[in-house]
Design a protein around this ligand. Structure first.
Ligand SMILES: NC(=O)c1ccc[n+]([C@@H]2O[C@H](COP(=O)([O-])OP(=O)(O)OC[C@H]3O[C@@H](n4cnc5c(N)ncnc54)[C@H](O)[C@@H]3O)[C@@H](O)[C@H]2O)c1
Length: 305
């Protein structure tokens, strides 16, 4: 194809897709049915993982729940059954260990079958200045928040590709889009999660595996307990998010095959602005929004949880 034709084709496609996205801002997209699909959720023992488990249970999905916390997992399983979940399978899996992931994944394939929707949700945060982070915690953060995504994809993606049917969901963070102090290792792991999910999505498209969908989720602070003690300077613009609200948005994004979900929406505007203004202007804006003292009161999740 010559230069002129290819340029014309690209302009037409570009305009078409921009208009399509504008239409979908007004007209809601159709939601796919997840009843009968097998959904694996890591870190299902509390917080967002638990909230997502309950929603998938009420939609008739078969649940495969992983966590390192046995008590939390038991409680999620009980609540999921109360919410209509009839097929709930719980596994203790330490997502910081590749061999544990592969071992439990094999067990799941034998006992339950292939996974249709994989939700990489398990996550940890240290919340210290990078220089004060013990090496072991930096490594653990990378192992749970990103390396686990590699190994779960290796375990479950081949079957999705073979049937050209599946959905990869990555629970990243707004800290995976913008760095901030006291979150250097966490932010690095979440940037990696965003880049990894996007790259695999492009690989699927390039290989014609258009039936394997992807959704990356980047929420601001949620009230799950993980970021206990953190505060937001202007809650009207950047509120602490309710776990239930985020879970509902995530389920809708998955059911509508939405590739990227950033919450709250105001962050889309800040990101666009950040990419066109100078670093000094961005720092002034960050100061105004209290971005550099969000972690000042950080306590995090109590040990017993
Ligand atoms: N809470 C927030 O403000 C917030 C904001 C943005 C993104 N996120 C992300 O959302 C996800 C869910 O976080 P949450 O707020 O529900 O936290 P949470 O602490 O309530 O839940 C995390 C779950 O992961 C499990 N987990 C931790 N290490 C594990 C391991 N090695 N193996 C298996 N499971 C393990 C925990 O036991 C826990 O059940 C995380 O990836 C987090 O980084 C959270």
């Amino acid at each position: 194809m010559n230069f002129l034709l290819e340029t014309l084709k690209s302009i037409v496609l570009f305009v078409y897709y921009v208009l399509e996205s504008l239409v979908f801002c007004v007209v809601p997209r159709r939601k796919k049915n997840v009843s009968g699909e097998t959904v694996l959720i890591t870190g299902a023992g509390s917080g967002l993982g638990r909230a997502l488990s309950l929603k998938f249970a009420s939609l008739g999905a078969t649940l495969v729940l992983w966590d390192i916390n046995q008590e939390g997992l038991k409680e999620t399983s009980r609540l999921a059954r109360e919410n209509g979940g009839v097929r709930v399978h719980c596994y203790i899996c330490d997502c910081s260990k590749r061999q544990d992931i592969y071992r439990v994944a094999d067990q799941v394939k034998k006992e339950v079958g292939d996974i249709n929707i994989l939700v990489n949700n398990a996550g940890i945060v240290t919340g210290k200045r990078f220089i004060d982070c013990p090496d072991s915690l930096v490594e653990k953060t990378m192992e749970v928040n990103i390396m686990a995504h590699f190994w779960t994809y290796k375990a479950f993606l081949p079957a999705m590709m073979a049937s050209n049917h599946g959905h990869l969901v990555s629970i990243a963070s707004s800290a995976g889009l913008v760095g901030t102090n006291h979150l250097a290792d966490y932010s690095a792991s979440k940037f990696a999660a965003v880049g990894f999910a996007e790259s695999v999505a492009f690989e699927m498209r390039h290989m014609g595996k258009t039936g394997v969908k992807t959704t990356t989720v980047c929420p601001y602070i949620m009230n799950t307990g993980m970021f206990d003690g953190c505060s937001t300077k202007w809650p009207t613009l950047l509120p602490t998010l309710e776990t239930e609200y985020v879970a509902e948005k995530v389920i809708t994004a998955i059911r509508q095959d939405q590739e990227m979900l950033i919450l709250p929406r105001f962050i889309y505007f800040l990101l666009a602005l950040k990419s066109v203004i100078s670093v000094k202007a961005a720092v002034a804006l960050g100061d105004y929004f209290g971005a550099f003292c969000v972690m000042a009161g950080f306590k995090g999740r109590a040990k017993k949880d």
